[in-house]
Design a protein around this ligand. Structure first.
Ligand SMILES: *[C@@H]1O[C@H](CO)[C@@H](O)[C@H](O)[C@H]1NC(C)=O
Ligand SMILES: *[C@@H]1O[C@H](CO)[C@@H](O)[C@H](O)[C@H]1NC(C)=O
Ligand SMILES: *[C@@H]1O[C@H](CO)[C@@H](O)[C@H](O)[C@H]1NC(C)=O
Ligand SMILES: *[C@@H]1O[C@H](CO)[C@@H](O)[C@H](O)[C@H]1NC(C)=O
Ligand SMILES: *[C@@H]1O[C@H](CO)[C@@H](O)[C@H](O)[C@H]1NC(C)=O
Length: 196
């Protein structure tokens, strides 16, 4: 009885100390600056998902650098990607179709739609992708540099928290697992690999 009372009285207090309402994920509405903004080198930093096939993938992925460049059509971007999957560095080419009519990116791998995503509003040097063609939320963070500031990481984690993910659900890449980028001199201290 007393426990129940404490619980009832304690609840509003506990709620009051929760962080304020979750900021909604605001998708970017594509315009003619969207594609130029995507071009160039990016590094995948972290991601979270409950979708089993993606979960297996992000668990195995400890490094991922990818570059967007103009493809065969105006609304198409080609991607070259170098990633470390289960210890091994793998190079992959795929492409992105940019659907302007509903601000969606479609990732096409080996002529099959691999995923669809919206871009979440954030800093211009960050790429937050929200996958939409699956039931479970899937959010990933990439950036122009292999690491991001504490503030940017906190912002990403706040989004994840609001989607119901906990720290155990978040998988990070690691700079120790970096694969040599194409054309990179391995003995060079490359502190700013940003290309564009
Ligand atoms: C982009 O679109 C805006 C308005 O929609 C227009 O004013 C501008 O000239 C366009 N820029 C280019 C490079 O097409
Ligand atoms: C983009 O990739 C496609 C294969 O998906 C290839 O046929 C095409 O030549 C590439 N375009 C450029 C500009 O490299
Ligand atoms: C990575 O290793 C795990 C565990 O050994 C395995 O289940 C998974 O299929 C592997 N993934 C890839 C992409 O090789
Ligand atoms: C955009 O359109 C494609 C194809 O018409 C659809 O599959 C996708 O779900 C749409 N995206 C959004 C955000 O509704
Ligand atoms: C990334 O890490 C390096 C070395 O630890 C640091 O100097 C740099 O400020 C970091 N970059 C960001 C965006 O936090």
């Amino acid at each position: 009885m007393l426990a129940t009372l404490t619980l009832l009285l304690g609840l509003p207090l506990a709620l009051a100390t929760e962080p304020p309402t979750c900021a909604p994920l605001v998708p970017i509405t594509f315009d003619n600056t969207t594609v130029p903004r995507l071009l160039g080198q990016w590094f995948y930093i972290a991601g979270a998902t409950r979708y089993p096939p993606h979960l297996a993938e992000i668990k195995a992925l400890t490094f991922d650098a990818f570059s967007f460049f103009p493809g065969s059509h105006e609304d198409e971007l080609n991607i070259t990607e170098i990633m470390r999957l289960n210890e091994t560095c793998v190079v992959k080419n795929s492409k992105i179709q940019v659907l302007h009519q509903n601000s969606t990116l479609v990732h096409v791998d080996s002529n099959q739609v691999a995923s669809m995503a919206t871009l979440i509003q954030s800093d211009k040097d960050l790429l937050i992708l929200n996958e939409i063609n699956i039931d479970s939320p899937t959010l990933s963070l990439s950036a122009r540099t292999p690491n991001v500031s504490k503030e940017h990481m906190e912002e990403f984690k706040a989004h994840l928290h609001c989607l119901g993910f906990t720290e155990e659900d978040v998988f990070y890449t690691s700079r120790e697992d970096a694969c040599p980028l194409p054309g990179e001199k391995t003995d060079e201290d490359d502190t700013d690999p940003q290309l564009g």
